[in-house]
Design a protein around this ligand. Structure first.
Ligand code: UD1
Length: 427
């Protein structure tokens, strides 16, 4: 099994290219199910979740083809595909539930496995089911599968007003895709506002969908009978960019994150600035990105994770790594997932001082970190351990990095390009 070996103590300098966003690419791959025409995505990141989603689509009968250097993949979903997402694939990636909305909307039926447990919390899909039922779908859960179909005689889903109990990112995406082909108007209240939602909506609009209000909490969709193919560039990954911002802040140095978007990282950048890190937008067009410069002693920052545009839960662990080496005590409150502090015990092995009480972690910063063997427990937790390893004295060996590979596009190569002493070892 692969591990990452990091020898701490090097500053980071240079330029890194931020990849396309995992959380935009996954729904956008599923959006290809909405049409029989080819859909071309560019800037698709090279990571395991994308490979899993591709396998899931292949398995249904979607024809996929890789194009060129720039992460280009085309998808063609024929009329006679098998609208099923089996447990073997869904269990490794919750985002497989994103197939449900488009399959129902185009084929009138779908059989999608329930995702089951997840390390960071129970993560049910009840809201997805409730919303699609409001659009007329009949959904039963049997033998671990959601069996969804249209009522007898109906040929399309029906527009509806959907107000979810909480803000859900993939839920909003499922409804957007389903509503694009539904009959009549759908109004999504309490919609997620993440940039990945807007990117998906822009792609659907290129395919002929009628959508307004994306990027706000109220999205209105006028269903159309048919969607067509398109070419779409996946938006840059704000979480990957945020991870590199924290890495440079912690390790020291200066870097340019090409394609990184400051406008998608407001809450994180505000906290970085308060911590004493210099962060600014630089360049234009293809050359645009984020310049980050560390300026010496960091000041610890308390924060709460909330839905976008608040502080992202997907950046909580990486920013906690920053707080470990910063001056002062900080309180980190996780409000989105109930069990997202699994990195804490691993950080303790590096010499950190952290206590947790339910959803609040109290971090006493400034304790010297020393390298140790640690275990990645989920995707973002893995990234936080790598960041801590960059500054820990001696060697840190991060085990179970398949979690990291699920969601980061060659992270260790990119860090090495910035001067980090990091290598992948198989043991
Ligand atoms: C997405 C992101 C993930 C990120 C999360 C929160 C993708 C592929 N994944 O996950 O990286 O950490 O948003 O920003 O985009 N919930 C329910 N019932 C539901 C749906 C959600 O109870 O039917 C709860 C969840 O358990 C969680 C909260 O709502 O506590 C938010 O979850 P949600 O926004 O749906 O997360 P995902 O879309 O799965």
């Amino acid at each position: 099994m692969d591990k990452l070996l990091i020898r701490g103590g090097r500053n980071l300098h240079g330029e890194v290219l931020i990849s396309g966003a995992k959380n935009a690419a996954l729904p956008e791959m599923c959006a290809a199910l909405l049409t029989r025409d080819p859909v071309h995505l560019v800037n698709v990141p090279r990571l395991h979740d994308v490979a899993t989603m591709r396998r899931l689509l292949d398995n249904m009968g979607v024809k996929t083809e890789t194009h060129g250097e720039r992460g280009g993949i085309s998808f063609t979903a024929p009329d006679d595909l098998n609208p099923e997402a089996p447990y073997e694939l869904v269990k490794t990636m919750r985002a497989s539930v994103l197939a449900l909305g488009p399959l129902l909307a185009r084929f009138g039926r779908a059989k999608v496995s329930l995702p089951g447990g997840c390390a960071i919390g129970s993560r049910p899909v009840d809201q997805h089911i409730k919303g699609l039922q409001a659009m007329g779908a009949e959904i039963t859960v049997e033998h671990g599968y959601m069996h969804a179909s249209l009522p007898l005689g109906a040929s399309r889903l029906k527009g509806a007003r959907i107000t979810t109990d909480m803000v859900t990112v993939t839920g909003t995406e499922n409804f957007l895709m389903a509503a694009a082909l539904a009959e009549g108007e759908t109004v999504l209240e309490n919609a997620a506002m993440e940039p990945e939602i807007s990117d998906l909506a822009e792609m659907l609009i290129k395919m002929g969908a009628k959508i307004e209000g994306h990027g706000t909490s109220r999205i209105v969709i006028q269903g159309v009978e048919r969607l067509h193919g398109c070419t779409h560039q996946v938006v840059a990954d704000r979480i990957e960019a945020g991870t590199f911002l924290c890495a440079v802040a912690v390790a020291g140095g200066e870097a340019f994150l090409r394609h990184g978007r400051v406008d998608h990282l407001g809450a994180v950048i505000d906290k970085l600035k308060d911590a004493g890190v210099q962060v600014q937008a630089e360049g234009e067009g293809e050359g645009a990105g984020i310049r980050v410069r560390s300026t010496g002693q960091l000041k610890a920052q308390s924060f709460r994770t909330t839905e976008y545009p608040g502080f992202p839960t997907d950046m909580q662990a990486q920013f906690m790594a920053l707080n470990l080496v910063a001056e002062g005590t900080s309180m980190v409150t996780e409000t989105i997932f109930e069990n997202r502090f699994m990195h804490v015990n691993e950080m303790l092995r590096l010499g950190a001082q952290i206590t947790t009480d339910g959803r609040v972690a109290t971090v006493v910063g400034g304790k010297p970190l020393s390298g140790a063997m640690v275990m990645a427990t989920d995707l973002r937790a893995s990234a936080s351990l790598v960041i801590a390893g960059l500054v820990a004295k001696g060697e840190t060996l991060v085990d179970r990095i398949y979690h990291l590979d699920r969601g980061y596009d060659r992270m260790e190569e990119k860090l090495r390009g910035l001067g980090a002493d990091i290598e992948r070892v198989s043991q």
